[in-house]
Design a protein around this ligand. Structure first.
Ligand code: HEC
Length: 389
């Protein structure tokens, strides 16, 4: 019963998290696109303090958008702010982290083959990492490094790659990836809460008080917003990577994360340039070539098939012992209400149908989850051999 209800909580917050994330990143993409596409307005608009304008058609209507250099001649009655998209994404993401990785720490967060942690210790490390990583970013962004974007980017990237490596030594592979994503999401939401919103409130306050707005907070907010923009594609990769054990389950998972994230940010750069009228297709080509390089590098090693063939019955026995406590119509493993991933591994037919996925999951050490059923290396090798036949 408990497992069933937790599954629902998980579904509810995951669903909510994705919707909020779509709204946040959608709005963010839209405004970046808008900013980079603004054209010099006619003189009469300039006289009103408008810096750039843009025309668009959508949903059967034509829109005229104008961006002010700083203050409009008068403040509108209703000014729309975009902040709840970000906060809601973070809050639902954190709820999901608590439900899945804290409540289910033994299944998803802790990997006893890496570090024997209690649930309390694992949660403390997780929270410490998120807070520590966030503080690191805030110190960095407020330091003079903010004026050297390349060096800043390199240090930030190195920090994230190092976290991926360190977390991979502490937590389960999947949790390690997820935590890098959670940190990036926290930095992004923090950029909105601690950087962009205060700057905007200051702008509005100054305008309403009839003072000349200070341009510096607005520039600083823009810098944070740019960071968020480059974070988006890597972040989304990390969030969906949990469906691909070949990534987080790779023996150099941290390196895979670094390579794919770098490539994704690079591709994002292409779009940012393109919105500004600089079309540099070589960036996309280079990104694609780089991706092929990564795919080649990650190619699974061929399984040594010289040994004796593994009989079906042998594998069925292994599966009954090591897999079927979870992968059954009625799992006996505590915490499971239904066959995870809809995959049942109780009969030979079920094993045969799932052969390719079994290979993936067992070869990458993802399954059995946190090796809760104590599968031996010998059994693992046998299952891999059988599944790759
Ligand atoms: C402790 C419970 C547990 C045990 C034991 C277990 N699994 Fe799983 N398995 C899961 C869960 C939970 C998921 C879904 C994870 C997810 O959402 O990505 C899963 C998913 C899978 C998937 C789908 C992975 C994918 O996303 O393509 C395969 C294949 C799989 N398991 C095979 C196995 C095999 C083979 C064994 C035995 C060697 C095994 N599992 C043992 C819990 C378990």
């Amino acid at each position: 019963m408990e497992a069933y209800l937790v599954d629902w909580l998980n579904l509810f917050f995951r669903w909510f998290h994705v919707i909020a994330g779509v709204a946040w990143i959608g709005a963010s993409f839209y405004f970046v696109w808008l900013d980079l596409n603004l054209k010099t307005p006619p003189q009469w608009k300039k006289d009103k303090g408008i810096k750039g304008d843009l025309w668009a058609i959508h949903g059967g209507g034509i829109y005229e958008v104008a961006k002010y250099e700083l203050e409009p001649q008068s403040m509108p009655e209703k000014l729309h702010w975009f902040k709840w998209e970000a906060y809601t994404t973070w809050l639902t993401g954190f709820a999901l982290l608590c439900i899945m990785y804290y409540w289910g720490a033994d299944q998803y967060l802790i990997d006893p083959t890496k570090m024997l942690l209690t649930q309390f210790e694992a949660i403390a490390i997780s929270l410490g990492f998120l807070v520590g990583g966030f503080v690191f970013y805030e110190l960095l962004v407020k330091s003079p490094l903010q004026y050297s974007p390349k060096l800043f980017g390199a240090i930030l990237f190195a920090g994230l790659v190092f976290s991926a490596y360190a977390l991979g030594e502490i937590f389960s592979d999947r949790a390690a990836y997820l935590h890098v994503g959670a940190l990036i999401g926290t930095i992004m939401a923090g950029n909105v809460f601690f950087g962009i919103m205060p700057a905007q409130r200051e702008l509005v306050r100054a305008i309403e008080a009839g003072e000349k707005p200070d341009a510096r907070p607005a520039q600083f907010a823009k810098l944070r917003s740019t960071h968020n923009n480059y974070f988006t594609l890597p972040l989304i990769f990390i969030m969906i990577s949990n469906h691909y054990p070949m990534t987080y389950g790779h023996e150099h998972a941290w390196l895979i994360l670094a390579l794919i994230s770098f490539n994704a940010a690079f591709v994002r750069h292409y779009f940012n340039l393109k919105h500004q009228g600089q079309n540099k297709p070589w960036i996309l080509v280079a990104g694609l070539v780089f991706l092929f390089g990564i795919i080649g590098y990650m190619l699974p090693k061929p399984v040594d098939m010289t040994d004796e063939l593994i009989a079906d019955n042998q594998v069925l026995e292994i599966s009954k012992q090591r897999c079927a406590s979870c992968h059954a119509a009625k799992p006996t493993q505590v915490g499971f209400a239904a066959a995870p991933g809809g995959i049942m591994l109780e009969t030979l037919d079920e094993l045969l149908v799932n052969k390719p996925r079994i290979l993936q999951a067992v070869q990458s050490n993802y399954m059995p989850l946190a090796n809760m059923t104590n599968m031996t290396e010998d059994e693992r090798t046998k299952m891999i051999r059988w599944a790759s036949e």
